[in-house]
Ligand binder design. Sequence first.
Ligand code: MSP
Length: 498
Amino acid sequence: MTFYVTTPIYYVNAAPHLGHAYTTIAADVMARHHRQRDEDVFFLTGTDEHGEPVADAAHALGVEPQELADRNAERFKALAPKIGASNDFFIRTTDRQHEAGVQRVLARVRDNGFVYEGTYEGWYCPRCADFKAEAEIDPGNRCPIHHIELTREQEDNYFFRLSAFQQQLEQLYAERADFVAPRTRYNEALSFIRSGLRDVPLTRHKLTWGVRVPWDSEHVFYVWFDALLNYYTALSYARGEDLTGEFWPADYHLIGKDILRFHAIYWPALLMAAELELPRHIFVHGYLLMEGEKMSKSLGNVLDPFVVIERFGADALRFYVLREVPFGQDGSVSTASFELRYETELANELGNLASRTLAMIGRYRDWRLPPCPPDPALGADFEELTERVSALIDAAELTLALEEIWQRVRRLNRYVEENAPWRLAGEAERDAELDRVLRSLAEGLRAVTVLLWPYIPATAERLLAALGAPDLSLAAARLGAGGIERVRHVEPLFPKAA
Ligand code: MSP
């Protein structure tokens, strides 16, 4: 089995913020979970470096676009390991192999008869790099996303014959109800298709910062076509050998809701035009909001992931964004709610459970667990847990999957209270009972930790090492599968921040 997951590639016009880290964290959770299932995983992220957003930002700073791209691509690249992302490759759309791939695929689209010359006239947002229909613009001809004034464009371009795919796209949506999720986004894409597709510019004449059009050197490709193709070109050169046969098409493209139309409509149409296989799923997440607005550099309301990680560690951030905001919906984030979850859930519910469990085994059994099966009463609460978590992650329901696991963390805390091992320890005739309670706690803790590994990988690895049970495979997430013999002390998993 193979599994291929992607994030959008990030514009290098500004530094990374939490909104960017968000999709990368989510994709990483999926990638890690599938590796636990022993699948061959390819996880791709990277930077989108061409087009007006980058050219304009460079111009404003008085530097060449390439210089700005190099500078900011480094910052995005550095963010990935900081947030614990285990991506297999980091693509930059200025990679020569990517550019050559774009030229090859789009030349094929033209050979197949889906490209023609025309004149575009209409509204355009240079920040979105998007042509806006009258119906979607704000009063005063403003961009609904960036609130900046749109420009009126008139330009001779090559067009992509998107309209030719009207029927095939309708059919795709009819046949594959899970092509786009959540359902509201599926409906949104479908109603856009049903409203009638119009052809779109494939190239830009005015711009020079882009991939050169092989059949007309006066044009560069419109940045969105160049960008979307990253998902395809990366596989051909990421590892020196061509992995396309193994991993194409993608299992999941994770995207934010602002780039739905490009992914849910242009992208499948483009692939059809190039006679390439379509992705299996597109999952659309919402926005992380701060004070009710989308967090974005241009609005100046960003939570800096580097600062949060410095204080609390990457795992806390990963856990927080997927726990606080239901994946697929918009939701608010704040320093206050972050600190609350850190304290109550990570430090108290998980951290204390781990310290207590290990400390009790140390105190009552000299760090050794005598062999005995776990408590069937607890076993019942763990039944089918792995299957449930897997099914949810298969549907990219990352918040629901985390909730399933967290219910078991809470169950284990109740189990400690219900069985009060400190009381059993005072009664010699209840030795066997104490063995069973300690074994059940250690096993339960081990099972939840294996399942939590995709979310909080560094912490999970530390804890599993202390439990003497480093096996991360999903098969090990069953109660009783661990064979724990000796455990050792662990320093607080989520200490009070400095
Ligand atoms: N370069 C394009 C994507 C090309 S993909 C072939 C782009 N880049 S972006 O840097 O502007 O945004 C990248 C992703 O970050 C988008 O999915 C966007 O939704 C996401 N986010 C940016 N700010 C966000 C929040 N505040 N919250 C959640 N995600 C947001 O678009």
